[in-house]
Design a protein around this ligand. Structure first.
Ligand code: GMT
Length: 373
């Protein structure tokens, strides 16, 4: 099949998932055309059947707001026409679903029928999409997509709760390439980070309010009093300056390392003894799944789609949002006993295997085939 994938190219989970999906489909001999405004972060190296089409928005003195959607729709039309595209798969509803609708209408006038699949990822529904600024457009374009998928049952329920749409929503879980993430940690790196064999705690996110990164630091500071540990914070975003300043004031800058945005998560995650994700909401929590594939137990909140991945008392623990004490106690109960830690690590890996790339990608392929029939 010739498939066009539209996504955000940045470090967010939706772009990561879309890129990994495109790469996996290319491995299966499909031709994949990424359409976005920057090379997606996980799209490195040369792949014979992956193509990247960059959307450029020319500046013009009249434009206070450069019309990205117009340029994107034009690029969609161009790619569909010139590369014999069979379907458009757009990730994250805003603005990709409505832009795909526009492209579809233009192509229909030219006599070309192009089906659109929209995959909902989370904040496009729960945080931003339901805001009245966008709601009518998101609602309309969801209805107009030939197929609508969501990355968890929770997100499907949230969509029906927040939008009065009649469309059926198929749940296709996010996935991880377990083989790629399940590798032995590089001992020399571990020694550099934790020279005295301290426990290594990891968090990765885009440092937005919804991620509650301050809770990560609070849990860490409490935990560090019970067992010596180091904290690696991966990613960047608006909350980082405040959190960095707080970490400095707490005089723990030596124990807390800010690594910034990192592409090679499969090298970093295996270094961790525990992964923290205390988010206010997560439709799925792809980073937690990647951690689990690297055999890292997860301490998370019990919101959104997290209970569909993290099994309480088995692959990690879940607490109420903001319950720092509970998260700390749970973390300590895993880290303070070698045998318990080992069991949680194995359980995390077993659970991650249920979301392996080889199980989930065929579900998208089946969907595409049904659609094209
Ligand atoms: O929250 C983020 O980090 C970004 C956001 C995105 O759209 O890129 O992530 C959402 O999609 C991911 C991939 O499906 C999910 O794993 C995240 O849970 C989801 N984030 C939220 O729901 C807050």
């Amino acid at each position: 099949m010739n498939i066009a994938i539209v996504c955000y190219p940045t470090f967010g989970g939706s772009g990561v998932l879309a890129t990994e999906l495109g790469k996996a489909l290319a491995e299966k001999n499909h031709n994949i055309h990424f359409i976005t405004y920057q090379q997606p972060v996980r799209l490195s190296g040369f792949h014979a059947n992956i193509f990247y089409h960059e959307v450029r928005v020319p500046t013009y003195p009249l434009f206070d707001y450069p019309p990205y959607e117009t340029a994107l729709a034009s690029m969609m039309v161009d790619v569909v026409n010139n590369y014999d595209i069979d379907l458009l798969h757009v990730h994250y509803a805003i603005p990709h679903a409505s832009t795909a609708y526009m492209a579809k209408q233009i192509l229909a006038k030219q006599g070309k029928k192009i089906p659109v699949i929209t995959t909902l990822h989370g904040t496009d529904i729960t945080l931003i999409g339901r805001d009245k600024t966008y709601k009518p457009v998101v609602s309309f374009s969801m209805e107009e997509s030939e197929i609508l998928t969501a990355v968890s049952n929770n997100l499907k329920e949230e969509t029906y709760k927040n939008f009065s749409i009649n469309k059926s929503i198929e749940v296709i879980y996010n996935f991880v390439d377990v083989g790629r993430f399940n590798k032995k940690p590089v001992e020399a790196f571990r020694k550099m980070i934790a020279p005295n064999d301290e426990k290594i705690i990891v968090h990765a996110s885009n440092f937005r309010k919804v991620k509650r990164v301050m809770d990560v630091v609070e849990v860490f500071l409490q935990l560090n009093k019970k067992t010596p540990c180091k904290l690696l914070l991966i990613g960047d975003g608006p909350d980082r300056p405040e959190i960095e300043a707080f970490a400095r004031r707490a005089n723990h800058i030596g124990d807390i390392k800010f690594l910034g945005k990192q592409e090679q998560m499969e090298d970093l995650l295996p270094l961790a003894d525990l992964f923290l994700l205390p988010s206010e909401y997560e439709s799925f929590g792809l980073t937690a799944l990647e951690a689990m594939a690297a055999e890292v137990p997860v301490i998370s909140t019990n919101v959104g789609g997290l209970p569909e991945i993290n099994i309480h008392g088995h692959t990690g623990y879940m607490s109420n949002v903001g319950d720092i004490n509970d998260m700390c106690e749970n973390a300590f109960s895993i880290l303070s006993d070698k045998e318990v830690h080992k069991a949680f690590k194995q359980n995390a890996l077993t659970q991650a295997k249920k979301f392996d790339i080889n199980k989930i990608v065929p579900q998208y392929e089946t969907l595409y085939e049904t659609l094209l029939k």
